[in-house]
Design a protein around this ligand. Structure first.
Ligand SMILES: Cc1cc2nc3c(=O)[nH]c(=O)nc-3n(C[C@H](O)[C@H](O)[C@H](O)COP(=O)(O)OP(=O)(O)OC[C@H]3O[C@@H](n4cnc5c(N)ncnc54)[C@H](O)[C@@H]3O)c2cc1C
Length: 305
């Protein structure tokens, strides 16, 4: 009963968006202990309630053992052992964002364009690790992340982060991989959601067989980070067309726009969406209604919980 009560409280805290991430995180970790309590309880339950010799009992036990191991691995911080040390080489201020360039202290990390890492700045006051998509391309000798100012931590990055500092980087994670999709692709980036596409474009070689429409939605031209680089890259590559939308001018990244910019069968293409959740959710559901198969829709959410 105690474990159940804690689980309900934990769920409430997780679903209540008004509770700050930094408050939610320790309560989320506590849920690991609650889970252990619950597993311990049913493992010791009498056979009449939980028969360990039946297939269902064995499956439950296997799930519980996997869960307990995963819980201990994460709560005890063992996942941090795989972190690689980097040095901050440059901190570049951008419009309401910061580009941070990281130099590996030993080996460079292998990753795919579209993947993200956890960045943990070493030093007092930097608190927990934060996830960021890698915006550089694999093969570069530096790791670049572009960080939009959204709250306390990201503001501190812009105001206080200095070259020369140490950073632990854990990852890479994620499966936002356009290289394994079909040859007709629509990429939709909203604001800072451009970062995975930046990495993809930086990695792309001329002669790439894919035909890509990149729709980049931002508040205005000043807010559209890396627009100059995007235009140059698109001109070099030849297989990518770029369409910008500025919300201050009443322009949005919506389905009629995509259809107008690239007429043809919507269901034959793969869609990669990254940006504010209301934007990606709306596009996703319109594309589903237009008959696009679930497997062709790939969305990256920039939030946990
Ligand atoms: C897979 C993934 C990739 C991301 N890639 C980028 C990127 O390339 N560029 C970029 O600018 N942002 C990216 N983000 C978002 C970025 O992690 C948050 O904006 C940042 O952590 C906010 O921190 P804050 O304390 O300044 O803001 P807060 O105001 O405290 O938080 C804003 C929101 O960010 C989330 N958040 C806060 N702290 C953390 C944390 N430690 N770990 C996870 N989420 C947190 C919460 O959902 C919160 O509601 C990504 C997020 C995810 C999950």
């Amino acid at each position: 009963m105690l474990a159940l009560a804690f689980l309900v409280i934990g769920l409430f805290v997780a679903l209540n968006r008004k509770i700050r991430y930094s408050t939610w995180r320790p309560t989320h970790k506590m849920m690991g202990l609650v889970y252990l309590l619950a597993v311990g309880h049913f493992m010791t339950a009498p056979v009449v309630l939980f028969d360990r010799s039946r297939p269902s009992g064995l499956m439950l036990m296997a799930a519980a053992v996997t869960g307990v191991l995963a819980c201990l691995y994460s709560v005890a911080g063992m996942n941090r052992r795989t972190a690689l040390p980097f040095t901050i080489e440059a901190v570049r201020p951008l419009e309401r964002a910061t580009e941070v360039v990281l130099k590996p202290q030993h080996a460079m990390m292998d990753f795919l364009p579209g993947q993200f890492v956890f960045v943990e700045v070493q030093g007092k006051g930097w608190k927990e690790p934060h996830p960021f998509t890698i915006s550089s391309a694999p093969g570069e000798q530096r790791l670049r992340v572009t960080i939009k100012v959204l709250g306390d931590w990201t503001r501190k990055v812009r105001d206080e982060l200095q070259p020369g500092g140490a950073v632990l980087v854990r990852g890479p994670y994620g499966k936002f991989d356009s290289a394994r999709a079909g040859n007709q692709q629509v990429w939709v980036a909203g604001g800072i959601g451009l970062t995975p596409f930046l990495s993809m474009l930086r990695a792309m070689q001329p002669g790439d067989p894919r035909q890509i429409l990149l729709v980049y939605a931002a508040r205005n031209e000043r807010d559209a980070l890396f627009l100059g680089e995007l235009k140059t890259r698109v001109a070099e590559l030849g297989n990518v067309s770029l369409l910008t939308r500025f919300s201050e001018q009443g322009e949005f990244a919506d389905l009629p726009l995509i259809q107008q910019a690239w007429p043809g069968e919507l269901g034959q293409r793969d869609y990669f969406l990254c940006g504010p959740k209301p934007m990606t959710d709306a596009l996703r559901s319109r594309l589903r209604k237009a008959g696009v198969a679930r497997g062709r829709l790939h969305a990256e959410a920039f939030e946990f919980r």
